[in-house]
Write a protein of this length. Structure first.
Length: 431
């Protein structure tokens, strides 16, 4: 629940004029009412404003405290993106934006985060539409197409966190589903890395995969498991370790991040991630209560938008890649490794993915399904070209060699994050 402390109030016209003489600070508005659709009240700053400029713009505002939660314990790699984002917002606002963070999903189960945004238990949270495809059919349709992502260790992490974001903003039905419930999407799609097949014994060919019972999420993953000769089961990630250990399921389709978070790799150390044949992903979204958003001054809205760069960067460099390192180590310690499919299984997975993409052209969740599929194909190809050809990112190793190759400064994400803002986020910035 949003709370405000202090008695300074909003900036007066006089204080706006005073701020206007600060040479580095560019004010976009000094009214006490919204400047445009989607904009809050009061003063704003231009995109690219420095930390000092932002802090000056916040100087006369009351402290605002927002309630939120992290999926992981405090300090965990898996919650690094959340903690980095909120820390940056507090720092850049000069302490005027504060966050009351409940760790390890202490307020609500991840599947109920959207309800908590609606009823006020949370102000800002990560939401997971994959758990409720009937509630969010357009979002579910986009998730189903996520197998089109590059699933390689470096290029894949960048490409797969860009193209669905672009498609989401360009597909009104995706955004409208949340807007109709009183929720504003800040970052409509991001993922925790490519999904892998974790199994208690090695299963890479159709012969070995036949008959497996695999935990999977979403309609696309269910069909993918069935195409490999198995059957899908629904198991929440906190229950995966026990389910795998006791043989309730043989395998799980999960990201390496979830494998580390769920602690089940020792029970299923035989892992398959194939860059040439991937499973549908399980992306989430960063969202805020519309009522909370509308109550924020413009400069706070702009800061929350601009510092999505921290979330984007941290999600990859502080969460996805360190979790790949940890997952590969845990798999090796348990006698397993990260491999690719045999050719027959790769073909079966690619064949069903082609069928799934064709089915999306007739989805009732999107008004023009053919245009939706075309948009998906174009965006996926576009961001492969941007990441590899324009920005020059490459895969120097595969998943098994990543732990030895990777260091904190191995990849400079600044050009990538700047490009995502330029191509996707900037036009939606509050003003």
């Amino acid at each position: 629940m949003v709370t405000r402390r202090g008695n300074k109030g909003a900036a007066t016209a006089a204080s706006c004029l005073a701020l206007g003489v600060v040479g580095a600070l560019t004010l976009t508005a000094c009214a006490d009412t919204a400047t445009s659709a989607g904009g809050g009240s009061g003063q704003g700053v231009e995109y690219g404003a420095s930390k000092e400029e932002y802090q000056a713009a916040f100087a006369d505002l009351d402290t605002i405290t927002l309630t939120t939660q992290s999926p992981a314990p405090k300090g965990s790699v898996t919650g690094a993106n959340v903690e980095a984002y909120f820390e940056a917002l507090t720092e850049w606002s000069g302490g005027k934006l504060q966050f009351d963070i409940a760790y390890a999903n202490a307020i609500v189960d991840p599947a109920e985060a959207d309800d908590a945004l609606i009823d006020g238990r949370l102000d800002i949270a990560q939401v997971l539409p994959i758990y409720e495809p009937a509630e969010y059919p357009a979002n579910a349709a986009l998730i189903e197409a996520s197998f089109l992502s590059d699933h390689s260790v470096v290029v894949g992490a960048l490409q797969s966190n860009a193209w669905p974001l672009e498609v989401a903003f360009n597909t009104p039905e995706v955004m409208q589903e949340y807007e109709d419930k009183g929720i504003k999407l800040l970052l409509p799609s991001y993922n925790s890395g490519s999904n892998a097949l974790f199994c208690s014994k090695e299963r890479r060919s159709l012969k070995d995969l036949k008959g497996m019972q695999a935990a999977a999420g979403g309609q696309a993953q269910t069909k993918e498991i069935e195409a490999l000769g198995g059957s899908a089961a629904s198991v929440a990630y906190p229950e995966l370790y026990e389910s795998l250990q006791r043989g309730v399921v043989d395998c799980s389709v999960s990201s390496l991040t979830v494998g580390v978070l769920g602690g089940f790799i020792e029970a299923a150390p035989h892992v398959v991630v194939d860059p040439e044949a991937g499973f549908a992903l399980a992306p989430g979204a960063m969202a805020i209560s519309q009522a909370t958003w509308d109550s924020l001054p413009l400069v706070a809205q702009q800061l929350m938008w601009d510092r999505l760069d921290v979330f984007l960067s941290s999600n990859i460099s502080d969460k996805i890649w360190p979790n790949i390192v940890e997952a590969s180590k845990q798999a090796a310690d348990a006698g397993g490794s990260i491999e690719v499919f045999e050719e027959d299984a790769r073909k079966a997975l690619n064949d069903v993915n082609a069928e799934l993409l064709e089915e999306l052209s007739t989805t009732p969740a999107i008004e023009d399904g053919d245009a939706f599929v075309a948009r998906i194909k174009d965006a996926s190809a576009k961001w492969s070209t941007i990441v590899e050809d324009e920005l020059g990112y490459t895969n120097e190793t595969d998943y098994n060699g990543f732990a030895e190759w990777y260091t904190e400064d191995a990849v400079d994400l600044d050009p990538y994050v700047a490009k995502v803002f330029e191509e996707i986020l900037l036009e939606h910035r509050p003003s």
